[in-house]
Design a protein around this ligand. Structure first.
Ligand SMILES: [Zn+2]
Ligand SMILES: [Zn+2]
Length: 104
């Protein structure tokens, strides 16, 4: 799928892979430790350019529902523009993953 952020280049957005739930969890953890590590993980595992990997890493939410750029904390979709500041958020819901017995 293509994601776009009005604050970031390229303006046309980038194509992102269909990340599995386990990859999302891994990426959130890596991004929390070091954005460089998460960028490397994306480049190595998904064969993306450094630019695209950085774009993805930049937009991953550390806390579910909480905008990366401002203090808005009611985001409720996965790939969503913050209604307050307009920034793109990869708002992956991994917090209730134990209650799900299967993934699509
Ligand atoms: Zn952005
Ligand atoms: Zn925001």
């Amino acid at each position: 799928m293509i994601v776009k952020c009005k604050n970031c280049l390229p303006v046309d957005g980038i194509e992102i892979p269909d990340f599995s739930q386990s990859t999302k969890i891994e990426l959130i953890g890596l991004t929390a430790q070091s954005s460089l590590q998460s960028i490397k993980f994306i480049v190595d595992n998904f064969n993306l350019s450094h630019r695209d990997a950085k774009y993805i890493s930049t937009h991953i939410n550390a806390i579910y529902g909480h905008c990366n750029r401002c203090n808005y904390d009611k985001l409720d979709e996965e790939y969503v523009q913050c209604p307050k500041c307009g920034a793109l958020n990869f708002n992956w819901n991994t917090s209730n993953e134990k209650s799900k017995t299967h993934s699509p």
